[in-house]
Design a binder for this molecule. Structure first.
Ligand code: PGA
Length: 243
């Protein structure tokens, strides 16, 4: 695991975008796993600038980490809406190669199996972008005694519902379930990039990195078992580490 600390969120975002760019330049039909949330927004802005400067996204295939279950795709809070609004509508990605979990499916079990199969058929994920929740979740793999391995339907913890309520008119509107890649799906990615920014993440970054143990209480700690992970944090998120 490589840990990189950046002076600012802007620096972190530039580096993350550069890593994604290198991946695409090296292999134009790369399979990229995208994440939603506030953290990758700066990275996505950089990618849009790179597109304007000539970076070609037309051959990549994308898989998103997760989606709220029970929220229409057209809802401004759906992750599908987020991805198009913040990235896909602004680059020349081929919409036929975009995959985002279907939060409206009636057959969750089949959908999850098919999602896993589509990732496999695409040759696996070359580079997966991750944020981290204040509770240590990656995707919607929440702290628990047990972890589901493949893509699955999951309940959201109170912590996550509270954290995500900032985007909704009221906390009651936050969906209580989501479809998420499992830890097994994430761990099969060839390379993983985890981004953390701001003082809000300082405590979980310290919990995860100061004494490396693998525990289902910190789902992100499973990344210690992967051999190609970069953790990019800004100084605020690293502030408890440096004490
Ligand atoms: P954030 O979310 O980027 O909005 O902090 C990260 C996460 O919950 O995984």
């Amino acid at each position: 695991m490589r840990i990189h600390i950046f002076e600012s969120y802007e620096e972190l975002s530039k580096k993350a975008a550069e890593i994604i760019k290198s991946q695409i330049v090296l292999k134009n039909d790369s399979v990229i796993g995208f994440a939603t949330g506030s953290t990758p927004l700066g990275t996505y802005k950089e990618l849009i600038n790179m597109y304007k400067e000539g970076l070609d996204f037309s051959d990549i295939t994308t898989f998103n980490l997760d989606e709220y279950y029970g929220l229409p795709a057209s809802d401004v809070n759906s992750y599908r809406y987020f991805m198009y609004n913040n990235l896909f509508d602004h680059i020349n990605v081929d919409r036929k190669k975009v995959h985002i979990p279907d939060g409206e499916t009636n057959d969750v079990e089949k959908f999850c199996k098919d999602y896993e199969q589509s990732i496999q058929n695409a040759g696996g994920i070359d580079l997966q972008i991750l944020g981290i929740g204040k509770n240590g979740h990656i995707g919607f793999n929440e702290p628990d005694d047990n972890m589901d391995v493949p893509t699955h339907l999951t309940g959201l913890t109170e912590d996550t519902i509270n954290a995500n309520s900032r985007f909704f008119d009221s906390i009651d509107q936050v969906p209580k379930q989501a479809i998420t890649m499992g830890l097994g799906t994430i761990m099969k990615s060839k390379r993983i990039l985890l981004l953390a920014s701001g003082t809000d993440k300082a405590e979980i970054i310290e919990r995860m990195l100061k004494q490396p143990v693998v525990t289902t209480n910190i789902p992100a700690s499973f990344l210690f078992l992967h051999n190609n992970v970069d953790i990019l944090v800004d100084e605020k998120a690293a502030s408890e580490l440096e004490k």
